[in-house]
Design a protein around this ligand. Structure first.
Ligand code: 5AD
Ligand code: SF4
Length: 443
């Protein structure tokens, strides 16, 4: 009997870890519906882009990509736009790119099987856009995790914070958490399948509210860290408003919780923080940082910063710069402000010239690079545990990741190179602004 013809799809992901993990869930769902994934647009019947609209540039990427690929349509291919641009632009995408026949935001993915049936029936405009106010989360047992050792679990979706610059509440809908029972069930399943590292995800991961009211976020962290077989737990992204001393206490108490907190500050100026509607001041943020610094463990801190927000004066920017040395961040993700549709800040004049934004970004990145060079130096001489994530490179080094989420490239005298996903003890011998170098200790 001839094998049934396989329906094929190609999926490309833009944006954050939430999107990367959504794609893993979408892939699993499509496979369950009889589709198989291919690695090129040419080989696919269905071409999907899981999109990001956090900044202007991210959004442009998708339309550029659609333009580049549309010539493939001659061969009868179907296009779908998923994710944040899909939710934001909705049916307008059909006007802008008429060859697209599926548009779905993340809050509608649980309806994907039905949408695929419509698509296969020849429907030219299939949408999943009407669920922004849903209480439901996208949980599927078919998640196709791309890494065998380290995997994501979404614990909270959406956002209710409405910062003035941010599209997320409009693209991912309102905040909704999964039950701690379902999160712990997934964590145990992953441990049974051989995963040793779990990364808990949420746009505001620490805004987690257990619908069963059994566990707080800090308690859930600890419980995931105590799942047998799990050696590392990460969580991202934390919001300062919901950051509690209990989170730091959990990290101190449970060794599997990684010693890293990503806590976006966005600006070091209370004036700008007010304009951004972040609902905290510089001092309030620094108090949270002081809790982290008071921990028994050396907890690494990283952040996100926006430069050139409307109304940011030279003094405001200077306040952001002084924040860098005051906190001692190990990494800073900095962005030039860009206006986003639907956001409150769209009504503020985008008052800082593009060139000035570029200058501020450059100044900030250079300052941070100099500071990071110093900060990374503190590890020289230490023995750190790494998870191996890259095989021998041309320099004879193997790439590992530390609990603090730092890259540590190391050499080894072992005859057999350590396996991907294994853990090694490495003595740090040198440091750079973005990575460490070391030698593996013999087991
Ligand atoms: N312009 C520039 N950067 C932004 N971010 C979010 N919205 C915008 C915007 N409109 C940044 C924030 C956020 C990170 C993911 O992207 O720093 O934390
Ligand atoms: Fe991009 Fe934000 Fe959507 Fe993530 S949630 S894909 S960062 S717009």
């Amino acid at each position: 009997m001839a094998a049934a013809p396989t329906k094929t799809f190609y999926l490309e992901t833009f944006g954050c870890q939430m999107n990367v993990h959504d794609s893993e869930k979408v892939i699993g769902t499509l496979e369950q519906q009889g589709y198989s994934q291919v690695q090129s647009e040419e080989a696919a019947d269905l071409i999907l882009y899981n999109t990001c609209s956090i900044r202007d540039k991210a959004e442009q990427k998708v339309f550029n990509r659609l333009n580049d690929t549309k010539k493939l349509l001659k061969q009868g291919k179907k296009f779908g736009v998923l994710g944040c641009v899909a939710q934001q632009e909705g049916e307008k995408i059909f006007e802008r790119a008429p060859y697209v026949s599926l548009v779905s935001g993340s809050a509608s993915y649980r309806k994907l099987p039905e949408m695929l049936v419509q698509l296969e029936a020849g429907d030219r405009r299939v949408t999943g856009l009407d669920d922004k106010a849903t209480d439901e989360t996208f949980v599927t047992e078919f998640t196709a995790r791309s890494n065998k050792h380290r995997g994501y679990i979404t614990i909270v979706e959406g956002c209710d914070k409405f910062c003035a610059y941010c599209v997320v509440p409009y693209t991912r809908g309102r905040e909704r958490s999964r039950t701690s029972t379902s999160v712990l069930h997934e964590a145990r399943q992953m441990a049974d399948a051989g995963f040793t590292e779990i990364q808990l995800l949420g746009q505001n991961v620490n805004s987690y509210r257990d619908p069963e009211a059994k566990l707080s976020f800090a308690e859930l962290l600890a419980a995931v860290g105590e799942v047998a077989g799990i050696r590392r737990v990460r969580f991202t992204t934390s919001h300062p408003r919901d950051f509690t001393p209990e989170i730091v206490q959990a990290i101190d108490a449970v060794p599997t919780l990684c010693d890293h907190v990503h806590l976006p500050v966005q600006s070091g100026s209370s004036h700008v923080l007010g304009l951004m509607a972040r609902e905290y001041t510089r001092e309030w943020y620094l108090e949270r940082i002081s809790w982290i610094k008071a921990a028994k463990r050396d907890i690494s801190m990283t952040t996100d910063i926006i430069v050139g927000f409307p109304g940011e004066t030279a003094q405001d920017f200077e306040d952001t710069i002084t924040m860098l040395a005051e906190v001692k961040y190990d990494a800073v993700f900095a962005f030039k402000y860009s206006q986003r549709p639907n956001t409150p800040a769209i009504h503020m004049a985008d008052s800082i010239a593009e060139e000035e934004k570029s200058v501020r970004l450059q100044v900030l990145l250079e300052r941070q690079r100099a500071l990071q060079k110093e900060h990374y130096g503190r590890h020289v001489g230490q023995v750190l545990e790494v998870m191996v994530e890259g095989q021998l490179n041309a320099r004879g080094q193997i790439t590992g990741r530390t609990s603090q989420n730092k890259t540590l490239n190391f050499t080894t005298t072992q005859m057999i190179s350590p396996a991907l996903g294994s853990y090694q003890q490495v003595r740090v011998t040198d440091s750079f602004p973005n990575s460490l170098v070391g030698e593996a200790l013999l087991p």
